[in-house]
Write a protein that binds this ligand. Structure first.
Ligand SMILES: Cc1ncc(COP(=O)(O)O)c(C=O)c1O
Length: 310
């Protein structure tokens, strides 16, 4: 465990920044004159990989040692990353988990890991969970948690500090790619990425959830974090493969194949869908010859908790 420093305990966790950028040879792109780069954010930190680091680090600084309370589903990557950060930096964590029926069942591997890292788990019914952004409901959750001086991070970790943190991803890619692709859940990563890119670069988001709500969410986050719309970004809503944490045999085979070919385990809930979308777009001729596309590897495949998400 790194020794926290009085100046910046978060930096003392030694993130690998800027994250590595790798060129890969893949004829599904090269035959269209497209160069493919992998932005390996999955290698930033073993316990806070990918966008988890970029989104949590500014929030942990803002929390300044107070306990952090946040939200997630039973397999939430975000809950696991928050719990791990609490263990590494020595602050308390409270995880509000969707589904009060889980309280009486043995913890799944993902929640067991949160608990082992010292996270206090608070199971709430689904109606309460849905209403968690309502101030009265949140106040009730804080009362149940019997704590008031906590720092609250929203579900998925996407808030203004998180979007500002993800702008660093865009800045690291300035001048290095024409198009930067990222998988989207709550939109915080895309909101920040687009803000950080330079002139002439564009960000392309692949939502893994159905519902068409994401563009508004990204606009709201940019408004909150940067005071208005920033950067050139768009969404391709075709590659959700049935919705959140859903997959198809074709997508599984694609992820296996891509991982074997390029030597990285491909995270299934988000990253695989973005990569499959890019292959399809290249085949459609969406990228003119000479385009450099950077695909952001936002997370690691986690064998410990199949279906991990959030
Ligand atoms: C691996 C991975 N990629 C992408 C995302 C999507 O990020 P965001 O919710 O900021 O859109 C997530 C969720 O946080 C994730 O766990």
């Amino acid at each position: 465990m790194p020794e926290p420093t009085s100046t910046d305990p978060v930096a003392a966790m030694r993130p690998r920044l800027p994250s590595p950028l790798q060129q890969v040879e893949d004829e599904r792109f090269s035959r269209h004159g497209v160069r493919l780069l992998l932005k390996r954010d999955d290698l930033i930190h073993p316990d806070l990989p990918g966008n988890k680091w970029r989104k949590l680090a500014p929030n942990l600084r803002a929390a300044a040692g107070r306990p952090v309370l946040t939200f997630g589903g039973a397999y939430s990557n975000h809950l696991r990353a928050t719990a791990a950060a609490g263990r590494l930096l020595g602050f308390g964590t409270i995880g509000v988990v969707r589904g009060d029926e889980l309280a009486t069942r043995p913890l799944n591997p993902s929640l067991a890991r949160c608990a082992a890292d010292g996270m206090r788990l608070l199971f709430v019914d689904r109606a309460t969970y849905r209403a968690k952004d309502d101030p009265g409901t949140l106040a009730g959750i804080l009362r149940t948690a019997a704590t008031d001086d906590v720092y609250v991070v929203p579900e998925g970790g996407s808030n203004a500090p998180a979007a500002a943190g993800c702008a660093g991803l865009g800045r690291e890619l300035r001048g290095l790619a024409d198009v930067v692709a990222v998988a989207c859940g709550t939109g915080g990563t895309l909101a920040g990425l687009a803000a950080g890119l330079g002139d002439g670069q564009r960000a392309l988001g692949f939502p893994v959830l159905k519902g068409g709500f994401l563009a508004a969410a990204v606009r709201d986050l940019q408004e909150e974090a940067f005071g208005g719309p920033t950067g050139d970004w768009s969404l391709d809503e075709r590659f959700h493969f049935g919705g959140y944490a859903r997959t198809t045999p074709g997508l599984d085979a694609f992820a296996e194949g891509f991982g074997a070919r390029h030597g990285l385990p491909v995270e299934r809930v988000y990253v695989a869908k973005m990569l499959a979308g890019l292959v399809e777009l290249a085949a459609e001729g969406a990228f003119p010859p000479g385009t450099t596309v950077a695909a952001v590897i936002t997370g690691q495949e986690d064998g410990r908790a199949a279906g991990a998400a959030g």
